[in-house]
Design a protein around this ligand. Structure first.
Ligand code: 5GP
Ligand code: MN
Length: 329
């Protein structure tokens, strides 16, 4: 059975029936998808499963502290077949990238996700669009499977929970988030150390790139919309990779009076990747969806073809249309 609420029992059954399991993270991987996959690997291995981790993109250096992260492989490097492919935190099939190849190489398919826009593209789907982080669903799943919490699993889960709640600041953060945090602390979570790595330090290329993003900042609609752009040349000048721009959209959103922010970046393959953010209660996922993307109400994304200026114009127009009342607040 599948539904728009979590379904750990169905996923549990699929896992119990499998011996070899391929766990997949989404392209442009973040703390929640990588934390979900590494926690799952540790839990499933403790149950005697053979687990393989896949991601179609490089895992950001910032997440290199995650236990078992070195096991990630590109889907092209796998022979399969697997008894089960399990997608974690992947809002739609396109976000699997080449991991989609693994679907045809697996006997069964399942996913655990927390994006309300998820079209339930697997055989067994456990989707809870209200969960503040996918790692909270992973913790529920591990309990269902009877996996004991460990310090290593706590490190993985904290990474997803803290990053997807904006370090416990987004409106999605709820009492359960802190209840789970209490459990993780009891298992020896090195909170201060991880918090520094995730939220209080940036690499030098990240700092330089922030300067470029701020240089490009433009405001529209009386400052309600903030727009930033990063060219391939900007990345080269800063010695930066695409992953180094991952949280920079927030710099625009931090402006007082700004309700929506966009960061467009050239990805080097002719495509433009956009990060869209909004301040609660303004919703942005409808704008992303209208352009073919998706995500969460206040944090969404989309990738478009075209030049940086043209593509940014399209996203901006969609936002202005929404502001003018052609979309919901
Ligand atoms: P980010 O801006 O950090 O890359 O993405 C923000 C959120 O939007 C994430 O939850 C991510 O999964 C989702 N997202 C980003 N790009 C896309 C996209 O092209 N399609 C869909 N459906 N979701 C996306
Ligand atoms: Mn997530």
């Amino acid at each position: 059975m599948s539904g728009m609420t979590g379904n750990p029992e169905a996923i549990g059954e699929a896992i119990r029936n499998a011996r070899t399991i391929a766990v997949c993270s989404h392209i442009n991987p973040d703390g929640d998808t990588v934390g979900s996959a590494t926690a799952m690997r540790l839990g499933l291995e403790s149950l005697g499963k053979e687990v393989y981790l896949f991601c179609d993109d490089k895992i950001p250096d910032q997440l290199s502290f995650l236990p078992g992260v070195e096991h990630f492989r590109r889907p092209q490097e796998s022979d399969g077949p697997f008894d089960l492919v399990l997608a974690v935190d992947i809002s739609d099939k396109a976000r699997m990238g080449a991991c989609e190849l693994l679907i045809s190489r697996s006997a069964h398919t399942a996913q655990i996700d927390h994006h309300p826009t998820n079209p339930m593209y697997m055989e067994t789907n456990s989707i809870d669009g209200k969960a503040p982080a996918n790692c909270l669903l992973i913790r529920e799943q591990l309990r269902e499977l009877g996996v004991a919490m460990t310090r290593e699993i706590a490190i993985c889960l904290y990474t997803g929970i803290s990053t997807d709640t904006g370090n416990f600041a987004f409106s999605s953060t709820n009492a359960e988030t802190f209840e789970v945090m209490a459990e993780l602390m009891r298992h020896g979570l090195p909170l201060s150390n991880l918090n520094r790595i995730l939220f209080r330090e940036r690499s030098r290329p990240q700092v330089l790139l922030m300067g470029k993003a701020i240089d490009s900042l433009m405001y529209y609609c009386d400052g309600i919309i903030a727009v930033m752009k990063l060219t391939e040349q900007d990345f080269k000048d800063c010695g930066a990779l695409s992953e180094h721009a991952d949280t920079l959209v927030n710099v625009g959103l931090e402006t007082i009076g700004t309700k929506m922010a966009i960061l467009g970046r050239e990805t080097g393959d002719g495509m433009i990747k956009f990060s869209l953010r909004a301040k609660h209660p303004t919703c942005i996922s409808d704008v992303a969806q209208s352009l073919g993307g998706g995500g969460h109400p206040q944090a969404s994304g989309v990738t478009l073809a075209g030049t940086l200026d043209e593509a940014t114009e399209r996203v901006l127009e969609a936002m202005i249309k929404k502001l003018n009342g052609n979309g919901k607040q």
